[in-house]
Each structure stands twice: as structure tokens, then as C-alpha cells.
Design a protein. Structure first.
Length: 431
């Protein structure tokens, strides 16, 4: 039923929603309700986390035991985090329903801006065949993109080819798509001028405008950015399968994905690739506007700059990530405790790196972390503090040793939210 509703006409959908749902709707059947439900779930979770971090709300049956209270708090937060995750997933699906229409507004808005710019620059200079070809090429391109957006409207419209397997916008695909659109538009402009040319010499000049001598730089850049988009996808997939890179699926794509890494922090490799490519595309567009009778003659110096930027981006993608590693495991000791060997029931502190992958710092992802002690899988407890969590962290995990663990030499392994398991670190457990 949900799929059928998304395929209905947008006007009928909006009318039905207005009659069936109010402004305070929090159901997943409409985009507004999904977003409002997600906001309320996040607010409820943050309130509960801060309340438990302050030691409030604990039942009297577990308040006397540190281990029992910690486990109860962790279970409560885990259940609340799962509710937030469900609401976030619903909001992400609703976002896909809305964004495909916004992409069409951008496309047709760009066509209108081009028409206004051509009309403004034609004052005094007069209207020309090239201006007509440019306007028709924009309308044809917008029509083709509209059809593609309609086919992929359930996956974000025009953004569908740019969304990676991790549900994030891919920088390499976005850059390649912009260059492809520029080349398609330029070829359409030349083709329409050729169709409207009446003189033999004019037709020959337009055909010569497609020669490689003038467009070699543009073709080289196009081949390079498309190759980068394909190779990066393959490299990332192989590194994930080899457990050299941890990937956590995002709830929905965001524009910031083009400039940041999976954790949302600014990425130099991505940002410089987008910036350099944007400048080069603008230069090529200006050259096309000045010389609409030939492919934009991208200078080799600018083409080399794009190539250096693309290589830097690829190197950054290849170098990022890494396997989580356990460096050591020690007995967790509180103030006043005596030094002693690790026994069942004690807390152990696992020290290492890479326990929390990029994009996995949300509570529902943290709750998925586990530690395998011998043959027993132990959930990593969530320990709330004001504004966040004290456990787990990217470098330290604290978990109890269950009574089911047999005394002796046992292996300790960490399983991250991305499903990657670390190498074993052996410890001695005594009676």
C-alpha cells in the first residue's frame, strides 16, 4: 500500500494528506509526519539519556548494584535508540519522495535562468541561431532529465545515480555527472546549429568544431573523471570486502556528503576535487558561450589541474579507513580497588583503535557493538554522560566478563557496528 501511495499523482497525494493528517501528525504515511516523528523521537531519547546520566529514573530494584543499574540503563537506551532509528529510516524514505520534485525545480529553474541570460545579452547584439540552439538544447536536456527523474522518483529522482551503496551522495559520481551534462549540452548546441545551418561553409565549420584538435582537453578530462568514478567504486567495494574499510549505511543522502567523510567531518580530498572541478566546468561553460560553434577548448594547463585534483581525490579514498585493532586488554580498576587478576564478573578495559567507524556514532549504531570473550558474545553497554556517552568510544571499550566464560586462556575480539571483527587478543581468566 505504501508503494502504491508513492506512485499516485502528487496533487491527489497532497490533498489526501491535508484531509487525513494534521500539523501534529507523526505517522510514517506522509513526509511531514515522518519528519515530525523523527524529531520527537530524538528529543525523547536525548531527554532520557540526560536523565539517566544524572542518575535519575533508576528503579529501586537495580539501584543497589552498579552492574545491574548499568545494564538496565544500557537496555533502556538501546530500546529508545532503536525507536529513533526506525523513525529516522521512515524520515529518510519520506525524503526520497520529496527530493525528486526539488531536483526538477532546479533543472527547469536553470533553463529559465539561461533563457533570461540569453535575452539580456541579446539586447543590442541581436538574436542569433546560436542563442536559439542554446535555448532548445536546454529544453531538450531538461526534458530528458525530467523523464529520468520520473523513472527514479522512488530513489530521489536525478540524485539516484549519484547515491552510493552506503546511501550517501558520491563525490566522484557527482563530479563526473556535471562534466557529462556539460558535454551533452555542448554537443546538442552544435547539433541544433548544424540542423539550422543553410550554407555549406557554415555546416563545415560546425562539423570542424567537433574535431579532437579543439576539444582534446575536454575529452581527456571527461574520460578521467568518469574513470575515477568507476574505479573509486570498485576500490571501495574491494576494501570493504577485505575488511580494510568500515562502511556504515547512512539514513539518507545529504548535500554535505560531497564535501565531508562518512562521519560528517570536512574532507580535504573531496572538497578540493569539487572546488577545482567546479572552476573548470565554469570556465568550459564560458568558453562554450563565447564560441558556441565548437566544443569548449579546455586549456591543457586547466586539464592538468583537474587531473592532479582527481589523482589527489583517488589517493585520499584509497588511503582512508583501516581495520579496527585491539592493542591490549586490562582489568578495569576503580578507585580503592586492589590490584588483582581478571575474574568472571570483573570489568575489562579493551584498548585499541577504530572501534567506532565513521558514521556509527549514533546511539542505535553504538548499541550494535559487541565483544566476543571466548565463546560468549557480550553487548557493549551504553554509559551515558551529559551530551554523549562515556562508553563505548573509538579507542576504549569497557565490558563485564560474564560468568559463562570458562576460566583459563581466552580470546577477546571486538565486533564493530560495521560488522568487522578484530584480531584476537588473549587474556587469562581465573576463578
Amino acid at each position: 500500500m505504501a508503494v502504491q501511495e508513492t506512485r499516485q499523482d502528487d496533487g491527489a497525494y497532497a490533498g489526501t494528506h491535508a484531509g487525513a493528517h494534521g500539523s501534529g501528525c507523526t505517522c510514517a504515511a506522509c513526509p511531514h509526519g515522518a519528519r515530525e516523528g523523527h524529531r520527537r523521537a530524538v528529543a525523547a531519547f536525548l531527554a532520557k539519556r540526560d536523565e539517566l546520566a544524572a542518575g535519575q529514573g533508576l528503579p529501586g530494584a537495580v539501584a543497589h548494584s552498579t552492574g545491574a543499574s548499568r545494564q538496565w540503563v544500557s537496555d533502556e537506551l538501546t530500546q529508545s535508540a532503536r525507536a529513533v532509528s526506525d523513525r529516522s529510516r521512515e524520515a529518510g524514505e519520506a525524503w526520497f519522495h520529496q527530493v525528486w520534485q526539488r531536483t526538477l525545480l532546479v533543472v527547469w529553474g536553470s533553463a529559465v535562468v539561461l533563457a533570461l541570460a540569453e535575452a539580456a545579452t541579446a539586447i543590442g547584439a541581436g538574436w542569433s541561431t546560436a542563442r536559439t540552439a542554446g535555448l532548445l538544447a536546454a529544453l531538450i536536456t531538461a526534458g530528458l532529465l525530467t523523464g529520468a527523474a520520473g523513472i527514479h522518483r522512488l530513489r530521489g529522482g536525478l540524485l539516484a545515480p549519484l547515491i552510493g551503496e552506503d546511501n550517501r551522495l558520491s563525490t566522484s559520481r557527482a563530479v563526473a555527472a556535471v562534466w557529462v551534462l556539460l558535454v551533452v549540452f555542448a554537443v546538442l548546441v552544435l547539433s541544433l546549429q548544424l540542423a539550422g545551418a543553410s550554407g555549406h561553409a557554415e555546416r563545415n565549420a560546425l562539423i570542424e568544431g567537433l574535431d579532437l584538435a579543439g576539444g582534446a582537453g575536454l575529452v581527456t578530462v571527461l574520460a578521467l573523471v568518469c574513470a575515477i568514478a568507476v574505479v573509486v567504486r570498485r576500490v571501495v567495494a574491494l576494501r570493504v570486502l577485505a575488511q580494510k574499510l568500515q562502511k556504515v549505511r547512512a539514513d539518507r543522502p545529504r548535500t554535505a556528503d560531497l564535501l565531508t567523510d562518512d562521519s560528517g567531518r570536512g574532507s580535504f580530498a573531496d572538497a578540493q576535487y569539487v572546488l577545482v572541478s567546479t572552476v573548470a566546468v565554469l570556465f568550459a561553460a564560458v568558453r562554450l558561450a563565447r564560441r558556441p560553434d565548437q566544443l569548449p577548448d579546455l586549456p591543457w594547463g586547466l586539464a592538468l589541474l583537474v587531473a592532479v585534483s582527481a589523482v589527489t581525490y583517488f589517493a585520499g579514498k584509497y588511503a582512508e579507513g583501516g581495520r579496527p585493532v585491539v592493542l591490549s586488554v586490562v582489568r578495569a580498576r576503580e578507585a580503592g580497588d586492589l590490584d588483582a587478576p581478571i575474574r568472571t564478573g570483573d570489568d575489562i578495559e579493551i584498548r585499541g583503535a577504530g572501534f567506532v567507524p565513521p558514521g556509527a556514532r549514533t546511539p542505535d549504531r553504538l548499541a550494535r557493538m559487541m565483544v566476543r570473550i571466548g565463546t560468549v558474545h557480550v553487548h557493549v553497554p551504553l554509559v551515558p554522560v551529559e551530551g554523549g556517552f562515556a562508553n563505548p568510544t573509538d579507542t576504549v571499550l569497557v565490558v563485564p566478563v560474564p560468568v559463562e566464560v570458562e576460566p583459563g586462556r581466552v580470546e577477546v575480539r571486538v565486533i564493530t557496528a560495521a560488522g568487522v571483527e578484530t584480531a584476537a587478543c588473549e587474556i587469562d581468566v581465573t576463578d
